[in-house]
Design a protein around this ligand. Sequence first.
Ligand code: SF4
Ligand code: SF4
Length: 400
Amino acid sequence: MSMSTTPFALICGDRSAFINGPEPAEVRIPLSGHGQKAVKKKAQVHTGMLVADHPGDKRGEAHSSICGVVAEVTPECVVITAQKPAEPAEGEEPAKTQADAIDLSSLEKDGLKAALKSLGIDLRVFLRRAELLIINGLNPDPGIRWAEALLENHKATLEKGLALLKVLSPAENIILAAHDAGISLAGASTRAVAPVYPNSVERLLAAAVTGSEQAKGVNVIGLHELYRLGCAAETGLPVTQTVMTVQDKNYLVKVGTTVQALLDHAGISVGEGDRVVLGGPLRGRSLSRLDIGIGKDDTALFVVPAGTYPPVSDTACINCGECILRCPARIRPNLLGRYSEFRMYDKCKDEYIDSCVECGLCSYWCVARRPVLQLIQLAKHQIVLQEQQVTACSLQGETK
Ligand code: SF4
Ligand code: SF4
């Protein structure tokens, strides 16, 4: 993959402390494949209480981030209204306001995996087989600014996360990829990587650090994921918050806080025609409603004023080739977009869709303003579904 695409500067040097997000009157804890039977409507919940478990053995459970009462359980979220527990009657124990902590310090790998799952940690990224572990110390997208702020203000927490990571991962070599070789983290060596987008995209970061596009046995972990692990190590409590850049400041935000509540807290108003983007400007998604809850993996929120960019359209590709020139994976995004549009997913495989690193540069540069990245993501999703169906059919055939 070539690094010769037009660079976008990634923010460096913001070391300011994180601002606390709002104390929400309501949270909407997002569910993603979780069960819906852990809590029922009207149940009293406390901070860190399990509200939905996940059947996957590497996927974290979901917990309440506040004390309150369950208002609704839907396939998408658990809605909780903030409410202090009732005062105890004389002689009664006060109601619980916080989950019990788990001591992770002496656990062996299997026990640690189970404990972390119960604390809401998604283990998939930490358990990939790898000889080299790269910690992504660059801000993920242009505009996001929490990487150095985390390294400056929460270094001890990150280092505790790294100590746990060493129990989970067999990797012997751990490298922190940062914009400055002077940035350090105990337990890792530092490698300087130019702070330009798309160097922060996992596969491109691995290529930048190893010098090889074909490097095997490399795993890349986000700094926010390491921070989450470090918080679990430090407190033994479930994941109930996430780090976020909101416009030009960094916040610690309770999971389930609605986008609207976060924008209000940050003093940001949304005008007619403005776009609210959850995630980075290059890889994030525009929202059609503001009452959705912030998830554990959400790390940025931006309001793009009306008229900043021409609107995305469904006009035909004009074959100008601009996206091909910009693609760091050296594939043909224009063809992938068109094949996806016409549901020709086998053709997408022929055009090396697996090589797409989902950087979004093709969409950014598209002269016709086509949603090229979204079309490619749709095709990837459909291909996974098709392959799952083939596997299920062949398994059924085997059992006949
Ligand atoms: S998102 Fe577009 S530009 Fe980026 S790797 Fe994929 S096809 Fe290429
Ligand atoms: S930049 Fe847009 S219009 Fe031009 S070839 Fe690529 S997809 Fe087609």
